[in-house]
Design a protein. Structure first.
Length: 293
């Protein structure tokens, strides 16, 4: 049988409100999530025993294969689908690691989609969502990688949103920022709320009409993890400043817990121009013009 293949697109938090910390220590969030054209690739050979090989330009930073979310997702699937066929996975790692792009979560979700196809499960089978939740908090939103609102600890998802495509430039300054450290630096005590604007449960209809209208809506909702991430990795500020200095940039923000930042632009052409300018100044950075959907 030929290798099965799935894309694992980067997850971008267009907004990220941390609404408070629960008594159990987890943080409740509200986020408008979109997905980029850039991403990893996952391959499955169903005729071989369960195993994982990691290759690609950022493979070395992905850590021990045994700890990878790919294998955790496969085992969570097997626990919920007795007698399931598994196989050998090859992860082609292209995204930066610990970068606020949900790369590991998207990889795991791609694994679950591949295993669903191999075992004849529909993508809305509740066992798939259960396996995703057991694997990691960002995995459920990556199962069907389309723009949507995510709330709670990533377990409450809206239906897919028909947002207008957003031309963007993604920039990572090659600094890994572990998510747990950023949340610690946020410093919320259990039971405490974080002041800030209320994140709506639905997007205003007016914001869906064009990229410019959506950007205007996004400008009113921050990423609450930017300040603690900047305190831990000041290089993030340098990346944001470089993007903001470009005349093409319309909105500059950090994704997730960092260190990747993005600029929204008017078109793919202006995104490409901005990306070239950033790369000329910082040729060692990871820079990708893309479209968010």
């Amino acid at each position: 049988m030929e290798l099965m293949r799935a894309r694992a697109p980067a997850k971008i938090n267009l907004t990220l409100r941390i609404e408070g910390r629960r008594a159990d220590g987890f943080h409740d969030l509200a986020s408008l999530v979109a997905f980029a054209g850039a991403g990893d690739l996952v391959f499955l050979d169903p005729d071989r025993p369960l195993a994982l090989e990691v290759s690609g330009p950022t493979a070395a930073a992905a850590g021990p294969d045994a700890d990878n979310l790919v294998l955790r997702a496969a085992r969570a699937f097997a626990e919920r689908v007795p007698g399931a066929r598994l196989g050998r996975f090859v992860l082609e790692k292209r995204l930066p690691v610990a970068a606020g792009l949900g790369g590991g979560s998207s990889d795991a979700a791609a694994v679950l989609r591949l295993l669903a196809g191999l075992n004849g499960l529909a993508l809305d089978d509740p066992r798939l969502f259960s396996a995703a939740r057991a694997t990691g908090s960002d995995v459920p939103v990556c199962l069907d990688p389309r723009a949507r609102l995510m709330r709670g600890v990533g377990d409450r998802l809206s239906a897919p949103l028909a947002v207008p495509p957003l031309s963007a430039v993604l920039v990572n300054c090659r600094v890994a920022v572990p998510t747990a450290g950023v949340f610690r630096a946020l410093g919320l005590a259990p039971g405490a709320a974080l002041p800030g604007p209320t994140h709506p449960d639905d997007l205003p209809e007016a914001s869906m009409g064009s990229g410019a209208a959506l950007r205007a809506f996004l400008a009113g909702l921050p990423n609450d993890l930017e300040p603690p991430a900047l305190a831990l990795a000041p290089e993030i500020g340098r990346a944001m400043d470089l993007l903001a200095a470009g005349p093409e940039a319309r909105l500059v923000r950090m994704s997730g817990s960092g260190a990747t930042v993005f600029a929204l632009t008017d078109s793919c052409r202006t995104a490409a121009a901005l990306a070239r300018r950033v790369l000329a100044q910082e040729p060692g950075w990871w820079v990708k013009p893309t479209v968010l959907r």
